[in-house]
Design a binder for this molecule. Sequence first.
Ligand SMILES: [Zn+2]
Ligand SMILES: [Zn+2]
Length: 80
Amino acid sequence: MDFVCPLCNGIEEVNINCPICSVQMKDSGAIVNYLDDYSPYLSNDITQLVDGAPRSKCMHLFTCEKCQYDKRIQIDRVRI
Ligand SMILES: [Zn+2]
Ligand SMILES: [Zn+2]
């Protein structure tokens, strides 16, 4: 049994609105993807802890294209 992030796997989309201008924020991807640049030697499991999110969650960065506000959102992983 596997837990996967529905956003990373294209199963689901989450709509987050910018708290400043109320437009829909863009999913810039999982934070672990950014961390990979800095820690290429770490396994995926370890980087999941590094991003501060529990294993059952996938931390995503959402960005507002209008005002550049960004926000971290924890996405619940789903069972597949
Ligand atoms: Zn994800
Ligand atoms: Zn905005």
